[in-house]
Design a protein around this ligand. Structure first.
Ligand code: B4P
Length: 193
């Protein structure tokens, strides 16, 4: 079993890279952003709630996000492992994840961050916003709000996972293939430890 968290600022390529490695390792890819967006487009109660926060570039409250993630993980058990993309994003989410995994006799093996400068992130997200229809990609103000949320609520997770000796960071600028090779190198080297 291999459980990996892909970590990084908004637009750092977490979703893009997670989709590229899930098949290689036979992992279940859970993107909290994708689950929220699916619920939003289906007009579910969860989707309507999440939309109020996502459209402003704010994080969805922990209570809602943790309950959703727990039900996603349980729905895929048993499996070879998970690649979590966009979760956890707060210390409370990370602590809740640890508790949930202990109860399931599982653990996080690796947290890999994609390191990308803000200038590149803003360009990537504005570019995606031209075609994605995503409200949170539509203006520099909303993107800056997402970066601010990252600094205030998500960045402290670096120390949380460094303390657990699970945190690795790679350069997230370059071609998709080059970044994928950096990611796979870390996973393979840790799997063979
Ligand atoms: P997410 O869906 O997680 O979205 P993201 O941070 O924008 O994207 P990601 O890093 O996955 O980048 P991507 O691969 O798409 O979150 C959206 C919102 O959902 C949050 O703001 C929040 O409101 C809510 N949410 C989600 N999880 C939550 C949680 N745990 N708690 C609370 N709220 C939560 O790539 C971005 C763009 O860059 C794409 O266009 C891609 O093609 C491009 N790109 C990727 N790699 C590239 C490269 N190497 N070079 C150039 N472009 C690249």
């Amino acid at each position: 079993m291999l459980n990996v968290i892909i970590f990084g600022k908004p637009g750092s390529g977490k979703g893009t890279q997670a989709a590229m490695i899930k098949d290689k390792y036979g992992l279940i890819h859970i993107s909290t952003g994708d689950v929220f967006r699916k619920n939003t487009s289906e007009g579910t109660e969860l989707g309507n709630l999440a939309k109020q926060y996502m459209s402003k570039g704010e994080l969805v409250p922990d209570k809602i996000t943790i309950a959703m993630l727990e039900s996603e993980i349980k729905s895929f058990m048993p499996c070879n492992g998970f690649i979590l993309d966009g979760f956890p994003r707060t210390i409370l989410q990370a602590e809740s994840l640890d508790k949930l995994l202990v109860n399931l006799n599982l653990k996080i093996d690796l947290v890999i961050a994609l390191d990308v400068p803000n200038k590149n992130l803003i360009n990537r997200l504005l570019e995606r916003g031209k075609t994605s229809g995503r409200a949170d990609d539509q203006s520099k103000e909303k993107i800056n709000k997402r970066l601010e949320e990252y600094d205030n609520k998500t960045k402290p997770l670096i120390i949380f996972y460094e303390n657990q000796k699970k945190f690795y960071s790679i350069d997230g600028v370059g071609s998709l293939t080059d970044i994928n090779i950096r990611l796979v190198d870390i996973i393979d080297s840790k799997c063979n430890d």
